[in-house]
Design a protein around this ligand. Structure first.
Ligand SMILES: [Zn+2]
Length: 374
């Protein structure tokens, strides 16, 4: 055998090993996350129960109902719009595994864009999984991509013209938070949006909250964005949160910014629509090493430096922004919104227990509130 042939065979075998290893990783990203219905979960539905055309599609995500026998309001919580914003899904999971509703009901979708969890953004060096060590073993959740998997929706147009005739960059065609109110005949992502809209409409949600995270250099951060019908409620909530030393910027949903939850949920249903953001360095543009630790602790010296230079919209020091803080903020804000909805509209009262306070979560750690995997 000539030397060149030996090199060629070696390279072929080497390529085959790399391809096989990455194929296993690729397939592994499709495995469902384990989310355990806690003591308050009364039933689990699927998105296709509201929009049957999604039946059999990967995006047919689970909907958890936490209901009481006492009449009251209905709160809808959406996690996982953007699967690279971990506090969003993790806040929803904590609710599902811990909350018990004693008046009204809470409906939770933890993984709104399930397709986005099945892949990861190339060249972003994002972690694939997040691990939490609990007393009974390790719980694992996926860290996905901001957008729908191109396997489900491809190709992107050069320019995405949304349902309102506005031009967005082509990749936004797979961004769940640009496709509302959805279109039953639209692209894959717009059909998911339509399904979620149907949940809000058919369940007559009084308050609907979409959980997000943003880069620390993004102006809308530690923020509550409210549709005009939710602005009274959100204003009171922001003041209450300030009393708990949790500072929030309140923004009114801009009427011309179409396709987003805080706009279209309010315009296309009777719900009070709210979007909330926490600070996540692992999706930022000036982050350093990107790994699971960054996603969970937010510790990053580049962001500390950026804060010193006055370039950020959130305080940033060497303590970072741990996942407990980000989940704690989402759950504290959600609680204050729910309590005040009951004050403003007594017939829409929702009461529940089992959720740690911000302080308890910071002290005990997130993993402490995950149930044992069966
Ligand atoms: Zn987001």
């Amino acid at each position: 055998m000539k030397k060149n042939e030996k090199i060629a065979i070696f390279l072929l075998v080497f390529a085959a090993i790399i391809i096989t290893a990455s194929a296993f990783e690729f397939i592994d990203q499709w495995k469902d996350d384990v989310i355990i219905g806690g003591p308050g979960v009364t039933r689990i539905a699927q998105l296709s129960d509201y929009f049957p055309e999604l039946k059999g599609e990967y995006c047919d995500t689970a909907i958890y109902f936490l209901e009481s026998d006492e009449p009251g309001g209905t709160v809808f919580v959406l996690g996982g719009t953007h699967p690279n914003e971990p506090s969003s899904m993790l806040s929803a999971v904590l609710l599902i595994e811990n909350a018990v509703v004693t008046r009204g009901r809470i409906i939770v979708i933890p993984q709104a864009n399930l397709s986005g969890y099945s892949h990861n953004d190339p060249q972003e060096a994002s972690p694939r999984k997040l691990h939490f060590k609990t007393a009974s073993g390790v719980r694992v959740f996926r860290y996905g991509s901001r957008a729908t998997n191109p396997i489900h929706q491809w190709p992107d147009p050069d320019i995405y013209i949304n349902q309102f005739g506005q031009s967005l960059s082509g990749s936004e065609t797979r961004n769940l938070n640009r496709g509302y109110p959805g279109d039953p005949k639209g692209n894959y992502t717009e059909r998911i949006c339509y399904g979620i809209m149907e949940v809000i409409r058919k369940e007559a949600a009084d308050l609907s909250v979409d959980l997000h995270e943003a880069s620390p250099e993004y102006p809308v951060i530690n923020a509550i964005v409210a549709h005009e019908r939710a602005i009274d409620l959100a204003s009171i909530a922001v003041l209450d949160l300030q009393m708990e030393d949790l500072n929030y910027n309140l923004e009114i949903s801009p009427p011309s910014f179409r396709g987003l939850t805080h706009r279209e949920w309010g315009d296309y249903s009777d719900t009070m629509a709210i979007l909330m953001e926490t600070a996540n360095a692992s999706q930022g543009r000036i982050r350093g090493r990107t790994d699971e630790a960054l996603a969970l602790t937010g510790k990053d010296k580049m962001y500390v430096k950026a804060a010193e230079l006055g370039r950020l919209y959130v305080p940033y020091d060497e303590n970072g922004h741990p996942i407990e803080e980000r989940v704690g903020r989402h759950l504290a804000a959600l609680n204050v919104l729910i309590v005040n909805m009951g004050m403003l509209f007594p017939e829409k009262t929702v009461e529940y227990y089992g959720i740690p306070s911000y302080g308890e979560l910071m002290e005990q750690g997130y993993a402490n509130y995950l149930l044992a995997a069966q």
